[in-house]
Design a protein around this ligand. Sequence first.
Ligand code: SAM
Length: 288
Amino acid sequence: MWSDTARATPWTLWSGVLAEEIARIRDAHREPGFGTMSLEDLVDIEKLVATHRPRSFLEIGTATGLSAAVIAHMLEEHGGERLMTVDLLDHFYGDPTRVAGFVLPLAYPDGPVTVDRRTGWTAADVVESGETFEMALVDGGHLHPWPLIDTLCVNVVLTGPRLVLQDDLTLFRRKPDGRGVGPKHLFDQFPESHREQFPAGGGNLFLLSLDLPPERIEEIALDCLALPWTLRQAIPEATVAQVQAVLDEHYSERLAQAFASTCARFNQPNGRYFRASKRAAAPVVPTT
Ligand SMILES: C[S@@+](CC[C@H](N)C(=O)[O-])C[C@H]1O[C@@H](n2cnc3c(N)ncnc32)[C@H](O)[C@@H]1O
């Protein structure tokens, strides 16, 4: 499945014209606390963009817009035409006074790549937009099951080689509360033949191939959904309804129903459902 060029070249030897340019753009616009992707991960993304030459690219999770700006440069270099980046928040999560994606107009002020930045959007809004994309990067919510939900939505809008990059596989090890386990749960459900972890950036970036029979994608989703969710806040009702609509329209009744029933169990801050199920399991003590 993987191209030899894309997998075998250590990034320091990568001859992509952008390796130095990526470092230059990243260094010029990065500030402490930006929480942006590592240089190594961006260079790995460039290898894939150079190899597959997607004309359109979708990013879930804009934050400052730095990774999106770098991807816009990559697309320009390798024949791409269109980038959409979306973020749940209107503002940068690290600084509420700055709009989400504020770096984009600075780091990619103009050029042939059309950049569409959407705030207050999730991947379900992308499905509603009706647009399609030839490659995607999921770097939005890392609490389980967001990476799965994003991937199921991306699966609907993806054309071409059906490749989805995903960030933050190792987040659950780095954060003490372990909630950011969403990427890991997703990675673990995929067959080895359809997942690849990139070592250069410490194994944080990975690639999934969604080039699987629809029934296989559904099995993966069913297993992943059933793992206890690790949310801090419940997914709002309106968003649940949007995701449910995507599943109702594009997936089987079984998966759509599984989402509804796992929502009923797990769509609440992690911890509450464990306490609730303990109460439910307690023996009934006769009162007379
Ligand atoms: C790790 S940051 C993205 C970093 C960015 N890709 C970069 O490398 O510069 C994650 C972003 O995803 C956004 N986010 C969180 N949950 C989301 C969701 N369910 N859908 C879309 N965006 C989400 C957050 O607001 C945050 O801005």
